[in-house]
Design a binder for this molecule. Structure first.
Ligand SMILES: O=P(O)(O)OP(=O)(O)OP(=O)(O)OC[C@H]1O[C@@H](n2cnc3c(O)ncnc32)[C@H](O)[C@@H]1O
Ligand SMILES: [Mg+2]
Length: 178
């Protein structure tokens, strides 16, 4: 099987690599720089999920040899005036079937939330906050805010496990009906 992932960000690609290893999936991974079709800094769960779905579908359009497209997107979600980091992933196949799932939410400190509301991208704000470079390609904001206990890769791995499990569950149900 050929799986395409809609990103060049190693923090995301590594999550897919780990899933394939852990679940003994016989697949090669190909990465594509595809548009998310939403704003650079998604401001809701709805928009963040849409980015993940758009990326998964865009991968299938980009390369006709790919069997499954995977999209992962990070954003923020406002709950009663507080901003939480949120993350979504989606998988799309050639039959038009799409499965999406969301991950953990973590409250952003005011300094990051205010910066996002002022129109800055979280990736840039997280670099300043942590005095590091390219946080978004490594442990991510979640890694900074949890002292590395949960990294961006682990967080996306968790979501990809949910989706892979749902895919297996739905396939099992469909086979039962045959
Ligand atoms: O190359 P891509 O795949 O686009 O990866 P990205 O790091 O830009 O990540 P997203 O586009 O999914 O995230 C949308 C924006 O939110 C920011 N972001 C989301 N989650 C983040 C995290 O955990 N750490 C740092 N920045 C994050 C990031 O800066 C982006 O500008
Ligand atoms: Mg991006």
């Amino acid at each position: 099987m050929r799986i395409g992932v809609g990103t060049k960000n190693p923090a995301k690609i590594n999550a897919l690599r780990q899933l394939i290893q852990e679940q003994f999936i016989d697949a090669d991974i190909h990465s594509f720089d595809v548009p998310s079709g939403i704003s650079a800094m998604p401001m809701s769960d709805l928009e963040t999920r849409q980015g993940a779905v758009n990326r998964a579908k865009a991968v299938l359009e980009r390369d006709e040899t790919i069997d499954l497209g995977v999209g992962m997107e990070g954003g923020v979600s406002d709950i009663e005036g507080e901003l939480y980091l949120c993350n979504w992933a989606a998988v799309a196949d050639r039959s038009g079937h799409v499965i999406s799932a969301g991950g953990a939410r973590i409250l952003l400190p005011d300094i990051l939330a205010d910066g996002v509301r002022a129109g800055h991208e979280l990736g840039d704000l997280a670099d300043d906050y942590a005095h590091e470079q390219s946080v978004h390609t490594r442990g991510g904001t979640i890694g900074i805010l949890t002292e590395g206990r949960v990294t961006r890769t682990e967080m996306f791995l968790h979501i990809l496990k949910l989706i892979e499990g749902m895919y297996a569950h739905q396939k099992g149900k469909a086979d039962d009906e045959l």
